[in-house]
Design a protein. Structure first.
Length: 255
């Protein structure tokens, strides 16, 4: 565990030297809030919710979408090691594969917790007020989402041979999930054929888990199915990543 923390601290040094990617991932969803929040007032009204300001959908939506975009921070970290020819040095060190990848994904797991805070602050709306749900239930959904994101990051690193491939896989997959999963537009307001497909995306379960807490006032028991499915997705991603991961494979950065 200490060796994994050493890898994580090393990556945090890189992020401090060039914080632009993290700042972008935190500020961009916050800025989008100002434009999309009014649209969700009407959407929530059609869904039967009154006395809302739109942040109840906008904050979780932006949180889920940009949490998965943060997977790019992990892939950049891994492929940067190949570009600098330092991956081989890590491989011959006492580090195990699990320790190496745990250290790589740890910063993103912690940063993904900051996204909902930035979104809610920009919306002028707090996670701890304005809804009748359980804070513990909300934390459970956030934890499951963060775990799913880092597992997805691990899978991207395992299947992609170049940084460009990882970037393309991450963006296309995330955008498809976001559209089908109802992150931008509630699935109830979309075409009938979208509903059966939405459940096959992790963003659907994350978005609806937030909705159960924020809009419906559910407690931990009410979000257990959503947390369970997110954890199942994470386990699937990890299993596929372990199956495909080969530390000896030569990968390329952007070249």
């Amino acid at each position: 565990m200490n060796r994994a923390l050493t890898v994580a601290r090393h990556d945090l040094v890189w992020l401090r030297r060039d914080p632009a990617p993290v700042i972008t991932m935190l500020l961009t969803p916050a800025l989008l809030m100002f434009f999309i929040k009014p649209l969700y007032v009407r959407a929530l009204d059609r869904l039967g919710y009154s006395g809302v300001n739109g942040a109840e959908l906008a904050v979780p939506g932006m949180t889920v979408m940009f949490s998965f975009f943060m997977a790019g921070l992990v892939t950049e970290s891994v492929f940067r090691e190949h570009g600098l020819n330092t991956w081989a040095r890590l491989r011959v060190s006492p580090l195990r594969d699990t320790e190496l990848m745990t250290g790589k994904v740890r910063p993103v797991w912690s940063w993904s917790w900051r996204s909902p805070v930035c979104c809610s602050c920009s919306a002028g709306w707090s996670w701890t007020c304005g809804y009748g749900g359980s804070l513990l239930a909300l934390l459970a959904v956030m934890t499951a989402l963060s775990t799913c994101v880092v597992a997805f990051s691990f899978l991207l690193c395992a299947v992609a041979r170049t940084r460009r491939q990882a970037f393309a896989y991450e963006r296309v997959t995330t955008l498809v999930w976001v559209i089908l999963g109802g992150t931008l537009v509630p699935t109830e307001l979309m075409a009938d054929w979208v509903g059966p497909l939405a459940g096959f995306t992790p963003v659907y379960w994350a978005s609806h888990g937030y909705r159960e807490v924020i809009l419906n006032g559910e407690g931990v028991a009410g979000v257990l199915p959503h947390v369970g499915v997110l954890c199942a997705f994470a386990a699937l991603f990890v299993a596929l990543a372990v199956w495909r991961f080969n530390g000896e494979t030569d990968k390329q950065h952007w070249d």
